[in-house]
Design a protein around this ligand. Sequence first.
Ligand SMILES: [Zn+2]
Length: 128
Amino acid sequence: MTKKMRPLEGKEKEYFDNLMQAREAVTQQMQYHAEDALDCSNADKRGVTTHMADACSDNSRHEMELRMLTEEGDVLQLIEDALQRLADGEYGKCQECGNPIQEGRLKIRPYAIFCVKCKEKHEREMRG
Ligand SMILES: [Zn+2]
């Protein structure tokens, strides 16, 4: 799937490493949650431990797992997009105003697509 990328240097290499790390972390989390959700659906068949049966009978927990899986899937998509933008030399640009996204923000969220200003604007709009 990965197409040949031009060599990355300096900052870009750093961003690339950050993104790869974030991708691995999210993939691991997804696996963990997927296995957990699967365990619950197989719980009756396998005669599992009381601990597991208890956990599985807790429906809200199960729903939370599934919701987290969806969110992690979204993040994974954002990371893939960010890697693509890095390959295109478009990484770190706000998708709304086109200004560079603050470096400190990219460190915490290497897959961010909006600068702080635009993100705050969106959050205000969502709250109404
Ligand atoms: Zn912006």
